[in-house]
Design a protein around this ligand. Structure first.
Ligand SMILES: [Zn+2]
Length: 313
């Protein structure tokens, strides 16, 4: 009996081996099956990974949200930081020596019959007016408004007026100054060509033209005619415009903070040779935040700003 079974088994085995030998089909089938298994196994693995990934993208949508807010934070912080770095690098090299820039010397100046430089970009917030560059006698800025800040005198007066951009910036400056308990007042803003003419002629009559011009501008050369300048004062100096103002807490604060609101101390100490005027810690000039930041950071004057960036002589 056992012998018969063994015989059948061996016959079947032989037949099986012959079958494999001739067709190799089962082999192929086995290989294919093995391959499929292996593939499934790998797929299964990657599915797992995918699921893990899903977990990362699904569950941590909060993570994404966090990242988003971080990005937004970055973005909201960026405008402040690059502002410091941007103007020196971007405004500088890009605009340097560019005669086609609206702020180039050629595009902001004409020479009159007497060889005097007449400013042509009179309405620009970055207009440069000084002892060389004259405003036309008939120029008066548009959009003059009275900023909502304290003055040491009552009633309406041209001195209270500023161009709208400058007025708004001054209000912001005063809001912050108030929080810091500073005793600041606005003493003198817009001044017409005619008024400047009277002021200068009276002064020249008293102390001579040359001496008068050290502190007072020729008509057409006063920044106050642009509507972008405001003289500030304090009760501690009896509302006068005097150098001691620069030693007060108020004067020091302005020197370090005016640029944050778009203003510069137009006639700084030690720069008299460049600006042509004595130190005036009280005279603020609005130039916009970007230029103000640049000028403050570099410790330069408006003249140097235009010399560096726009090649003014
Ligand atoms: Zn002034």
């Amino acid at each position: 009996m056992l012998k018969r079974i063994l015989l059948i088994i061996s016959i079947l085995t032989v037949l099986f081996l012959i079958f494999i030998g001739t067709t190799r089909k089962p082999f192929n089938i086995m290989i294919t099956m093995a391959q499929q298994y292996a593939e499934n196994y790998i797929k299964g693995g990657s599915d797992l990974e995918a699921k893990e990934n899903n977990k990362n993208t699904e569950k941590p949508e909060q993570n994404l949200a966090d990242k988003k807010t971080e990005n937004e934070k970055d973005r909201s912080e960026k405008p402040e930081q690059p502002k410091k770095a941007d103007p020196p690098e971007n405004v500088g090299p890009q605009t340097n020596n560019q005669t086609d820039s609206p702020l180039s010397f050629e595009n902001t100046t004409k020479i009159d019959q007497n060889g005097r430089e007449i400013v042509t970009n009179v309405n620009s917030l970055l207009v440069l007016v000084n002892k060389k560059r004259n405003l036309p006698a008939d120029f008066a800025p548009k959009n003059l408004v009275i900023p909502d800040v304290p003055f040491p005198f009552e009633g309406d007066s041209p001195k209270k007026y500023l161009r709208q951009d400058a007025a708004q910036a001054l209000e912001e400056l005063f809001q912050t100054a108030r929080k810091e308990n500073l005793d600041l007042l606005a003493a003198s803003g817009y001044r017409s060509y005619e008024t400047q003419k009277n002021i200068f002629e009276n002064k020249a009559r008293a102390i001579g033209e040359e001496a008068a011009n050290r502190t007072s501008a020729y008509p057409g050369q006063s920044e106050h005619q642009t509507g972008l300048a405001m003289d500030l004062t304090s009760s501690q100096v009896q509302f006068q415009l005097v150098e001691e103002f620069g030693d007060l807490k108020e004067g020091k604060w302005l020197k370090e903070n005016a640029h944050k609101f778009g203003f510069i101390i137009r006639y700084p100490k030690g720069k008299e040779d460049i600006t042509g005027y004595q130190y005036e810690p009280w005279h603020l000039r609005y130039v916009g935040k970007e230029a103000a930041e640049y000028i403050y950071t570099k410790g330069i004057t408006l003249e140097e700003y235009f010399a560096q960036l726009y090649d003014y002589k």
